[in-house]
Each structure stands twice: as structure tokens, then as C-alpha cells.
Design a protein around this ligand. Structure first.
Ligand code: NDP
Length: 331
């Protein structure tokens, strides 16, 4: 078996030498154990800020869709597909009935996905899907006709938020980092407007896309773009703070922008969240996302990297914006 270990602290954007590929001896299976083989592994932005608390030598953390290839547990026969937080590992021996502190999450058996690829268990029908579904609906509380802005709009979470907002009858504006992404958002996902935040003038784009102001902002990126969007909000606007990826690689702490007077005078509500807040409702989120996809109301896209040994490259590429939709590694 192989695994990736956190070998050197990140400084700025992660580099290949922050990770080391190691061999791992697997223990014999005891009663209740299963042996899982990774089919698809996830690279996610949270791995960058969370790494601040990981000791060097930690196996890189993260989720994977894996297949049971040996089993001493009747509930998980050979061939079962599951999502587990086993880390960047090719193979894992685990007893699913015993919760280990090494595993961030309980093991989830994938729901019936019809013809969908099981890798959606790491994206739209998994953690990012639940982040979009609960983080947007519960915090922004969108109403029909609301104007919604999404940053990081062409990524795993953002692309779903925009489509959920369209299902709810909102006018949706996305900001993403390339012309190709912008075209995908408007031509295929049904966003009303989308802008390349790297080349557009933010203020005039907001004025053009949302001439009557913004009611809901789903923030994946933080930083100055978010200051610009907040300054364009309507009275009683709602801001769901999902992430701040534009700041994750900063080598000096960013000066926290002061609270704008608009927060007061426009009576805005801004709330951060961690998706784990809704763990008890995950089946609802996953079933709804899976239904919407199968009904054709939500489109999903993945950017795939082949080969377990390319996990670090896929992670770095995702942080640099190389992905459209969910970044996945095929083992
Ligand atoms: P994405 O699929 O969106 O991938 C990351 C994207 O971030 C890149 O493709 C890139 O797209 C964009 N990006 C990178 N650098 C910058 C920058 N400097 N400014 C603006 N955008 C940048 O990842 P996810 O959908 O998985 O995650 C999106 C956000 O949501 C992250 O901030 C993540 O931490 C957060 N998150 C939070 C959760 C929670 O529970 N609160 C759960 C899941 C995710 P581009 O080309 O557009 O720049």
C-alpha cells in the first residue's frame, strides 16, 4: 500500500516537495475489519488551512471513494462502495463499527446513484454538495427573484450553489478565474451573468450584472473581491461565508478589513459556516442533490487527474484554479 505524508510545512502555494510518497504495511484483518481500495480521491482547499495544525509526518487527510476488496464484516461485503476519510492512501484496513480518532468522519455508504459515477460521492453528492445545499439555503435563505452573487463560481461548491439558486428562481451572477469557466457558467449551467474576476473591473461588472443590487452573496474566496461584492449589497442582504481561498496561501497574515459602515446601514447579515453543522441532515442534502442531477436540473463536471502518485500535483493545480467543477484523482 502507498500513502502520502505531510513532509515539509507549506510556505505560500504548496510545492511537490511538501509531500512524500511512502510504502505502508497493512495489518492482518481482524473480525469486523474491511480492506478498502481507493478508486477516487478528493483534493480540497481545506487541506491547505487545516494543515497548519498537522504535525509533520501526518498522513495527508482527505476523503476517498473506495471499494471493499476483503471483508470480515457482514455489513460491508466485498464490492461495497463507500466514502471514507482515510487520507491520501491507496489501501486502508478499518473496522467501520469502531470510530477511530484518525478518521475525520464516519464511513458513509453511497446512496443509489443510478448511472452516476461513484466519484460524485466526493463532489455534488458529498461534502461539497452538502456545503452548497445547506450553506446557501440555510444561511442566504434565497427568495424567488433574489439577486445572488457566487464567487469561486466554477468550482465544486460554487457551481452547485449557482444552479441551486437558479432552481429557486434567483438571478445568478458568478465570478470565476478564466474565460473558459465564465463561458461554462453562462452557456451550460444557466448563470445569468458571469465574469472573469482576473480581467474584469469588479465594480462595473457588479453594476452591470446586478443594477438593482445584490440580495445574497455566497462567498468562497474572501479578500478584496468580497469587499467589492459586500459594498453592492441591498438592505437586509445575506452573506454566507463558505471559504476564503484567496487568502489561504498568504505568507503574512492579511490585514483584516474593517467592518464596512454598509454592514450597519444596510443591516446586512454575514455568517460563516462549517458544513459539519448539518451532519445530521447529510442524507437529505445528498438525496436532493442526487435527485436534481438525475432530473437534469443540476449539471456536474469533474477535472480528473490520473494516478495516485499525482495527488500533490492535482492538489496544487486545484489551488491554482486548474479545475472546472470538482477536482478528483483517479487512483
Ligand atoms: P474549488 O473547486 O472551487 O477549487 C478552488 C478554486 O478556488 C480554484 O479552482 C480557483 O478558481 C479558486 N481560487 C484559487 N485561488 C483564488 C484566488 N486567489 N481568488 C479567487 N479564487 C481563487 O474548491 P471547493 O469548491 O471545494 O471550495 C471552494 C471554497 O469553499 C474554498 O474556499 C473552500 O475552503 C470552501 N469550503 C468550505 C466548506 C465549509 O464547510 N465551510 C466546505 C467545502 C469547501 P478560479 O479559477 O475561479 O480562481
Amino acid at each position: 500500500a502507498k500513502k502520502f505524508v505531510f513532509a515539509k510545512r507549506f510556505h505560500g502555494l504548496p510545492q511537490l516537495d511538501n509531500f512524500s510518497l511512502e510504502k505502508e504495511e497493512l495489518p492482518e484483518l481482524k473480525s469486523g475489519d474491511i480492506l478498502c481500495e481507493a478508486l477516487y480521491l478528493s483534493v480540497d482547499p481545506y487541506m491547505r488551512p487545516y494543515s497548519l495544525s498537522w504535525p509533520l509526518g501526518t498522513t495527508m487527510k482527505g476523503g476517498q471513494v473506495s471499494k471493499v476488496i476483503e471483508s470480515k464484516n457482514a455489513k460491508f461485503p466485498v464490492g461495497s462502495l463507500l466514502v471514507g476519510y482515510f487520507g491520501w492512501r491507496t489501501h486502508t484496513v478499518v473496522n467501520p463499527d469502531v470510530r477511530s480518532k484518525d478518521f475525520m468522519e464516519q464511513i458513509t455508504v453511497l446512496p443509489n446513484l443510478g448511472t452516476l459515477c461513484p466519484s460524485v460521492g466526493l463532489g455534488a453528492v458529498g461534502m461539497p454538495g452538502n456545503s452548497a445545499y445547506f450553506g446557501f439555503l440555510e444561511i442566504c435563505k434565497p427568495k424567488h427573484g433574489d439577486v445572488v452573487v457566487v464567487s469561486g463560481a466554477a468550482g465544486a461548491v460554487g457551481s452547485l450553489v449557482g444552479q441551486i439558486a437558479k432552481i429557486k428562481g434567483c438571478h445568478v451572477i458568478g465570478f470565476a478565474g478564466s474565460d473558459e469557466k465564465v463561458k461554462w457558467l453562462t452557456d451550460e449551467l444557466g448563470f445569468d451573468k458571469a465574469y472573469n474576476y482576473k480581467t474584469c473591473d469588479w465594480k462595473s461588472s457588479l453594476k452591470e450584472g446586478a443594477p438593482n443590487g445584490v440580495d445574497c452573496y455566497f462567498d468562497n474566496v474572501g479578500g478584496q473581491l468580497s469587499v467589492a461584492v459586500r459594498s453592492h449589497m441591498n438592505h437586509f442582504g445575506r452573506i454566507s461565508v463558505c471559504g476564503a481561498i484567496s487568502l489561504y496561501n498568504d505568507t503574512v497574515p492579511t490585514i483584516v478589513p474593517c467592518v464596512e459602515p454598509a454592514m450597519v446601514f444596510k443591516q446586512l447579515r454575514m455568517e460563516g459556516f462549517l458544513v459539519h453543522r448539518w451532519t445530521h441532515r447529510f442524507p437529505e442534502g445528498m438525496n436532493q442533490m442526487s435527485t436534481w442531477i438525475q432530473e437534469g436540473k443540476i449539471k456536474v463536471k469533474e477535472t480528473n487527474t490520473n494516478g495516485f502518485e499525482n495527488m500533490p500535483a492535482a492538489f496544487i493545480n486545484m489551488l491554482k484554479g486548474g479545475n472546472i467543477g470538482k477536482a478528483i484523482v483517479k487512483a
